[in-house]
Design a binder for this molecule. Structure first.
Ligand code: HEC
Length: 195
């Protein structure tokens, strides 16, 4: 408290401690004690720590959130969270090739996927799916995995709640047919070349 405007510092008669002026209610007065040093330091450290924390977690994102840490450890241990479909073995799945499935896949594509990948899969927000490059893997199983689980932090949502497993297989099979086609204005390749 600023005491400068008061010429005389009032003291408590009993203890000799400084009194806070202007703080008298029902004859109860308050002492103007300083906070203990250890307490002030603890307070300053919490402020400094909060700044470190904000930068580490929310600005530079060098430390994972607790829930991500949990997920990472579960994934490392091979434990799936509830509702999470098991990742399919990319090498063993075989794309559907019958016309009815591909037509159904195309219908889903035009409804759900076109906004980001464009009609012909030439890419817009999402990558070009017609070239021989891929971020998440080139095999049919990889495509099923990325559609199922998404890469939400990169803008590709997980479709497992909106599409059934059957629909995902159909649209993934359709995506496989886009490879090697040459729609206009293709987006530059992203990711690794496919083997
Ligand atoms: C809101 C925009 C958006 C929609 C809608 C969308 N995607 Fe994506 N998609 C993306 C983005 C962005 C990526 C790139 C993710 C990354 O960089 O990791 C991506 C990646 C992919 C990939 C992997 C490409 C690669 O190089 O590995 C496939 C396959 C894919 N999307 C298929 C689909 C299908 C099928 C649908 C519809 C069911 C769909 N996407 C809907 C934005 C979208």
């Amino acid at each position: 408290m600023e005491m400068n405007e008061h010429k005389t510092v009032e003291k408590d008669e009993l203890t000799g401690d400084k009194l806070l002026s202007g703080h008298e209610y029902d004859n109860i007065r308050e002492l103007d004690n300083n906070l203990p040093k250890w307490w002030v330091w603890l307070f300053i450290i919490t402020i400094v720590w909060s700044v470190v924390y904000i930068f580490a977690y929310d600005v530079f994102k060098i430390a994972p959130y607790q829930q991500d840490e949990y997920k990472n450890e579960m994934a490392a241990a091979g434990v799936l969270s509830p509702g999470q479909p098991a990742p399919v073995d990319a090498s063993t799945l075989v794309a559907l090739t019958d016309q009815a499935s591909l037509d159904a896949g195309k219908e889903i594509w035009l409804k759900q996927c076109k906004v980001c990948h464009l009609d012909g899969g030439q890419g817009l927000v999402g990558p070009n799916l017609t070239d021989n490059f891929s971020i998440h893997g080139c095999a049919y199983g990889d495509v099923v995995n990325i559609i199922t689980n998404g890469a939400p932090e990169k803008g590709m949502i997980s479709w497992k709640t909106q599409l059934t497993g059957d629909q995902i297989k159909k649209v993934a099979s359709f995506v496989m047919t886009l490879k090697g086609t040459t729609p206009p204005n293709p987006k530059a390749p992203q990711g690794e070349p496919c083997k």
